[in-house]
Design a protein around this ligand. Structure first.
Ligand code: SF4
Length: 134
């Protein structure tokens, strides 16, 4: 884990498009765009009391990626581990009406949704790079 330096915590929204996009974008950053530089944290485990997750968030900078303005990932981090270093709220990028769409299954996603994934992944990468450059 020596070269993992930034935690990215995505909300786990199953009910809205925003949660699906947030998860896919976070995964893309971890697996393709910044491999080895970031790790994702499991929000449900984190909330349930995963010691490793909470310790990580206390010791490393965390970027919260939230599907909508309820900011579940940010709130969980603040509650259990302290401040987040940065936040991405998808409703601020795409509008609340878009992220609250009930298209939630990855198999229903269209090209425009994958473009949203790419946009969010790009935003996450910018924030990761900023933190790593500090
Ligand atoms: S931030 Fe919004 S989309 Fe994500 S888990 Fe919370 S309510 Fe659901």
């Amino acid at each position: 884990m020596a070269d993992i330096q930034v935690g990215v915590l995505s909300c786990s929204g199953e009910e809205f498009l925003g949660g699906t996009i947030a998860r896919l974008a976070t995964r893309k950053v971890m697996e393709e765009l910044r491999t080895g530089k970031v790790v994702t944290l499991c929000l449900p485990l984190y909330i349930a009391g995963g010691d490793e997750e909470r310790e990580f968030a206390k010791n490393y900078p965390v970027i919260a990626v939230d599907g909508c303005g309820k900011c579940c990932a940010k709130k969980a981090t603040v509650k259990f581990s302290g401040a987040v270093r940065d936040t991405i709220i998808l409703s601020e990028l795409f509008g609340e009406d878009v992220v609250l769409s009930d298209i939630v299954s990855a198999r229903d996603l269209k090209e425009e949704h994958y473009q949203m994934v790419d946009k969010v992944a790009e935003e996450i990468c910018k924030k990761v790079d900023t933190i790593l450059a500090e």
